[in-house]
Design a binder for this molecule. Structure first.
Ligand code: UGA
Length: 348
């Protein structure tokens, strides 16, 4: 199978590329404007890396999509701080550029596996969000946080409608996937990383963890290996089980408040030899969302996935508990990133 991954240097992209090369005989064309995370894979005989900015490479992208069996357009801004800082960049990249790719897939009859997002449910009141039944609830226009959700939702709807006229597609909705390589933790700026990596950076530098609006908001954190396992089942697509369907890919058992996440992360760090002191002196402070993100921010109070569809059609269930996943992730950042960038002393 020939797989084209656009935005392959990102968190999901580089992990998926490595997994495909290691576990299948498929070939991968990896497209990105950066290559730092993919570089260890360079030289693999089934990997082609195409260095390009998708914003000015439409004809080339079109040719690559035409030649593929399946395309995954993963290039998108996906940090809430970006949604409120530069909402039009979200519209232009996450919506407009991806629309080009979706249209190319339809023109050439290429199957598309598209990353929707847990964010499409917005402030949905349901206890668990369901792909077929839950309403998608967004805030007012001035709350620019929702431009990401709205862009993704419209693409979901476009792809779904194109499915009605023959496009082969699957939409998957990651629920707070985390793991090694999620974000660069060296940046201390508020919102420079998703919450798990943001906290990791603060913890390792001895800075306070900031709980936005008290940290009562809940997320179901999903370890990347579980996400990749679901994606592989979608790509294999046994008996066409993934065709024309939407899947929440999340771990309901890892549903925690952000406050609980903070204390758990401190506990996890304390378990690493040489880090008990850092954990003992860690502090947690509270900060209003309007200060942390600005007035265009609005939060999601709870976000629990209903994963019955993925269980039924993909025969998939998440395996990795939150503490175990955080330990893997902390190990990655402590061993690889921290010594070089943040600390003088060697990490055990
Ligand atoms: C994320 C992002 O939009 C995307 O990565 C993705 O599409 C989706 O949700 C997902 O991964 O499922 P969100 O969960 O709000 O949105 O993003 P985080 O930045 O990880 O924030 C989670 C929660 O932690 C928010 O309530 C935020 O206010 C809070 N937070 C964040 C803090 O309390 N302190 C911080 O330092 C950072």
């Amino acid at each position: 199978m020939k797989v084209v991954i656009i935005g392959a240097n990102g968190f999901i992209g580089h992990t998926l590329t490595a997994h495909i090369l290691a576990t299948t005989g498929w070939s991968v064309t990896a497209i990105d404007r950066n290559d730092d995370r993919l570089r260890p894979l360079f030289g693999h005989q089934r990997l082609d890396f195409a260095h390009m900015d998708i914003r000015n490479s439409h004809p080339r992208i079109e040719r690559l999509v035409a030649a593929a069996d399946v395309v995954l357009p993963l290039a998108a801004y996906a940090r809430p701080a970006d949604y409120v800082r530069d909402p039009l960049a979200i519209f232009e990249l996450d919506f407009e550029e991806n629309l080009h790719i979706v249209r190319a897939a339809e023109r050439h009859g290429t199957r598309i596996v598209f990353p929707s997002t847990s964010e499409v449910y917005g402030m949905c009141p349901d206890a668990a969000f369901n792909e077929d039944r839950s309403p998608l609830v967004l805030g007012p226009i001035a709350k620019e946080r929702w431009i990401y959700s709205c862009s993704k939702q419209l693409l979901d709807r476009v792809i779904w409608a194109m499915g009605g006229r023959g496009l082969r597609f699957t939409l998957f909705r990651p629920f707070n996937w985390f793991g090694p390589g999620l974000d660069d933790i060296a940046d201390a700026a508020p919102g420079s990383a998703r919450v798990v990596t943001q906290f990791m950076g603060h913890l390792l530098r001895g800075e306070p963890l900031q709980l936005v609006d008290g940290g009562h908001q809940r997320r179901a954190f999903t370890y990347i290996d579980d996400g990749i396992a679901a994606l592989m089942r979608i790509l294999v697509n046994e008996n066409g089980a993934a065709d024309g369907r939407i899947f929440n890919i999340g771990n309901p058992a890892n549903d925690r408040s952000i406050r609980d996440l903070a204390t758990l992360m401190i506990d996890v760090i304390a378990g690493f030899p040489g880090y008990a002191d850092l954990a003992e002196t860690a502090t947690i402070v509270e900060t209003p969302g309007s200060t942390y993100y600005g007035s265009a921010y609005q939060d999601v109070d709870h976000r629990q996935p209903d994963i019955a569809a993925a269980t039924r059609w993909l025969d998939w269930a998440p395996q990795v508990g939150l503490r175990e996943g955080l330990r893997h992730m902390a190990n990655h950042y402590i061993k690889r990133t921290v010594p070089a960038k943040l600390f003088d002393e060697a990490v055990p």
